[in-house]
Design a protein around this ligand. Structure first.
Ligand code: ADP
Ligand code: MG
Length: 668
């Protein structure tokens, strides 16, 4: 390998061929793109000579023909462009091409291992797949003689006279055995479709075929590869919506219709044209990246643009064409390229411009398509600061009734009702209209509005909005009682002594399922409200959700779920249970503290006595709870309302309910 000669790659014609073969093995197919590109160039230069008047003869129909002989394993690329004289072959093929490849390798010697994509060795990439290459060429110039150049992959070449009669260049590749795939019709057709679909002169490969007498036969019509027009090269004002849709279907035959498109067109400070489409994205599973195709003057380069556009834009589909994106270098180099940075910023800005325009002028269409666009916008806002700033204007919020609002409009709509006593605006949201139905209803009954946040990214998105919006807080409807979610004034809390609080806790813990953590508190929620409300703290739930999504806070993810059990002291059933407890459970036995001068032994004895008293009291409370069917019943009802009653607990509940009902009905 060349790098073995200490520190310096001495590129000579002797070692250029092994380098070409070795390092480019993964990308052998680009040879065809390079040769067709040269042929297209030659045609276009010829056309320019005719237009300028320098050439006055018959131009003919300029095209590029690909001719394959599967048996002889030869592949020809033939153009009727300007051709080359003997001096030109010597200059452009023998000297320039060799030396520019040498310079190239010298310049990027450190990265030579990662050079994967666009090596761009031009003409010499033909040797990646050939054991021998010949050029037959006849220049357009008066009196020029046809030249034949032959090289078998060794550093020696031969030049002689050629019998070529027509103007232009014919390159013949003698495909080597390891690359025999490139001597098959199917492979060549695929490559031409991939790289040459939009080239600016007709690229012809054999004849169109038709089905006749039970098999495909050639017609006399040329098979033109590039039938579809490169729509992005046209003026947006000349195009209709349907043109864009048709073009999309030609690019992605199996995909759903896109939602919107953007036509990019810039001349300064770099050249870039293109059409980007917003695809329908319903959930994360459907995201397909690498749908944007990068072209350079209508020649396909790659469909992985991850270093050229910001990450979130790789979700878009479409075409970008720019001669200003360097194609000959490794991916890591691309990221630091100033032009690439400018291009990336420009595309982000254009996408935001277009969305803002849709927001202003096509609001109805935007609302209709929002659910399929939302994931893209939220992902963009979460991953790109600049885009986020712009998107705060056109991002929509959807409420549980299916109405859409801009963030600003929504703030204004809820301001009057949903500002709490500390002047904070509270955005209420639900993630599941079925599961959180009763909480949503409770909020609506208060005159509040509830947003629907049921997308995969919403837990992150809620955090983002909270940091972006001043004086604003988000609360999921089931994270507390509705009065506590938006507290309006200091309210009267139930007055319970410490021992009463402890008793309440013991009583309820003893009837709650063991696998979760519960915090039992008492509150006044009104006579008509249910006896028990189960909620999950907004904070805990968010961290659990985010760690489940891989947000890094794994500590919270591993903890058992914890819930708040709020006992409504004003509910008549609770009142009656509390009275029954008071009547049925004797207070804990009071044990005097040990005197100050007591011995260590005496102190221990008092401690043991205290523990025994507490243990006995706990037993009494648990016995009371176990014997009070209604206490268990109201607890289970609350669990049931949250889908937390399962298995044996559920079947016990049903049996107990039947008994309660029959007892009441049959007045036992
Ligand atoms: P590049 O295209 O980047 O200049 P290449 O190695 O592909 O590098 O080609 C080297 C040169 O050889 C071209 O610039 C052109 O002058 C000449 N050449 C290659 N192919 C043709 C062709 N089909 N017709 C005329 N000239 C050609
Ligand atoms: Mg070239």
């Amino acid at each position: 390998m060349a790098t073995e000669t200490k520190g310096k790659i001495g590129v000579t014609t002797e070692n250029i061929f092994p380098v070409i073969k070795k390092f480019l093995y993964s990308d052998h197919e680009i040879f065809l793109r390079e040769l067709v590109a040269n042929a297209v160039d030659a045609d276009q230069k010829m056309k320019a000579l005719a237009v300028s008047g320098e050439f006055k003869g018959e131009l003919g129909e300029l095209n590029v023909r690909i001719v394959l002989d599967e048996d002889a394993k030869t592949l020809k690329v033939i153009d009727n462009g300007l051709g080359m004289t003997e001096e030109e072959v010597d200059k452009y093929i023998n000297q320039i091409a060799f030396s520019s490849a040498g310079e190239f390798l010298e310049k990027y010697k450190d990265q030579i291992g990662n050079i994967i994509g666009h090596f761009g060795l031009g003409f010499y990439s033909a040797f990646m797949v050939s054991k021998k290459v010949t050029i037959d060429t006849l220049s357009w110039k008066e009196g020029a003689k046809a030249v034949r150049w032959t090289c078998d992959g060794s550093p020696e070449y031969e030049m002689s006279e050629s019998d070529k009669k027509e103007r232009g260049t014919e390159i013949t590749l003698y495909i080597d055995d390891e690359d025999a795939e490139f001597a098959t019709k199917g492979r060549i057709q695929t490559l031409l479709d991939k790289y040459c679909k939009f080239m600016p002169v007709p690229v012809i490969f054999g004849k169109e075929q038709e089905w006749k007498d039970g098999k495909y036969v050639d017609t006399d019509k040329d098979n033109v590869i590039n039938k579809i027009e490169p729509l992005w090269a046209k003026k947006p004002s000349d195009l209709k919506e349907e043109d864009y849709m048709e073009f999309y279907r030609a690019l992605y035959p199996m995909q759903d219709e896109p939602l919107f498109h953007i036509h990019l067109n810039v001349d300064y400070p770099f050249h870039l044209t293109g059409i980007l489409y917003f695809p329908k994205i319903k959930d994360k599973m459907e995201i397909t990246r690498n749908k944007i195709q990068l072209y350079c003057n209508q020649m396909f380069v790659t469909d992985s643009v991850d270093n050229i556009v910001p990450d979130f834009l790789t979700l878009l589909h479409g075409v970008i064409d720019s001669p200003d994106i360097p194609l000959n270098v490794s991916r890591s180099y691309l990221q630091s390229d100033a032009n690439v940075k400018k291009i990336s910023g420009y595309i982000t800005r254009k996408v935001a411009d277009r969305l803002e325009e849709i927001f202003k002028n096509e609001r109805e269409a935007l609302e209709k398509k929002w659910d399929n666009l939302k994931l893209f916008i939220e992902y963009g806002m979460l991953s790109d600061e600049k885009f986020c700033e712009r998107a705060m204007k056109f991002c929509l919020l959807k409420n549980t009734e299916g109405k859409y609002f801009s963030i600003d409009d929504y703030r204004k709509a809820i301001e009057a009702e949903q500002t709490d006593k500390d002047k904070k605006l509270v955005f209420l949201y639900a993630t599941d209209t079925e599961a959180q139905y009763s909480y949503i209803e409770a909020a609506k009954n208060k005159g509040y509005d509830v947003l629907l946040m049921d997308c995969e990214l919403d837990s992150h998105f809620v955090n983002l909005l909270e940091t972006r919006l001043e004086n604003t807080r988000f609360a999921r409807v089931d994270s507390d009682s509705i009065d506590n979610l938006i507290p309006k004034a200091e309210k009267v809390k139930p007055e319970l002594s410490d021992s009463e609080k402890a008793d309440l806790n013991t009583v309820f813990q003893s009837v709650l399922p063991k696998e979760n953590n519960y915090y039992v508190t008492a509150d006044n929620m009104g006579e008509d409200a249910s006896a028990i409300l189960i909620t999950q703290s907004e904070f805990m739930r968010r961290y659990r959700e985010m760690s489940a999504m891989g947000g890094g806070m794994n500590f919270y993810g591993e903890m058992p779920a914890s819930y708040n059990i709020t006992v409504n002291m004003e509910n008549p059933l609770v009142k009656k249970i509390m009275d029954a407890k008071l009547a049925g459970v004797k207070p804990a036995e009071h044990v005097e503290d040990a005197p100050k001068d007591a011995t260590e032994e005496q102190k221990k004895a008092v401690e043991a006595q205290k523990n025994a008293a507490a243990e006995a009291h706990k037993k009494d409370l648990e016995a009371f709870a176990a014997g009070n069917g209604i206490l268990r019943q109201i607890t289970d009802l609350a669990l049931l309302a949250n889908g937390m009653l399962k298995g044996k607990a559920l079947s016990d509940f049903i049996a107990r309910s039947e008994k309660v009902v029959s007892d009441a009905y049959l007045e036992k």
